[in-house]
Ligand binder design. Structure first.
Ligand SMILES: [Ca+2]
Length: 178
């Protein structure tokens, strides 16, 4: 069957999205693989307030792990989350202001979604930009903390293969150290 693009479809594609912009979108940082390993890299900050980026463990939602401090971390600092994610599973973060103001933003809270912007040009290395002012006061520069979330396909070896992989790794380490 032939498919034709109707004028209505063209109109829809070119329609202005200003109205949609007013509705905060879910940052939706989702694991793309069945066994996804996630690392988070600090890319920088230009903020008056001091804040901490935390990862929320979905198994322990009341426990957060502080990954970076926007005024103390060094560009390139990275953290590998000690857990694998299933395909489509959320990877959620909070940004807590600890000096200069009193606020906290979470990628899991729809009320906070406007504080986050995602660049998914590379779907395996999302860039997340955080605005630490609420919409009523915001300068909307989204540079108060910027971090990259990298996804890796992790291969789970069969139990019997673990010993083989461990021995191979030791052999490789020894070879490189020579
Ligand atoms: Ca700002």
């Amino acid at each position: 069957m032939h498919r034709t693009i109707t004028p209505i479809a063209i109109l829809a594609l070119s329609a202005p999205i200003a109205a949609a912009d007013l509705i905060a979108e879910d940052p939706a940082i989702l694991a793309p693989f069945e066994f996804t390993e996630v690392s988070v890299e600090f890319m920088g900050s230009s903020a008056g307030y001091t804040g901490e980026l935390n990862w929320i463990d979905p198994d322990l939602p009341n426990v957060s792990t502080t990954l970076f401090n926007n005024h103390q971390s060094i560009v390139g600092d990275s953290y590998t989350i000690p857990r694998l994610f299933t395909q489509g599973e959320r990877v959620d973060f909070t940004y807590n202001i600890i000096a200069g103001a009193d606020d906290r933003f979470s990628t899991s809270n729809p009320d906070d979604w406007n504080q986050f912007r995602i660049d998914d040009t590379d779907p395996t290395a999302l860039i997340v930009a955080v605005e630490d002012l609420r919409p009523t006061a915001t300068d909307a520069d989204y540079n108060d903390v910027i971090f990259r979330v990298r996804f890796f396909q992790s291969v789970i070896p069969a139990p019997g293969a673990l010993g083989f992989f461990a021995m191979t790794s030791i052999a490789l380490v020894r070879r490189y150290r020579r």
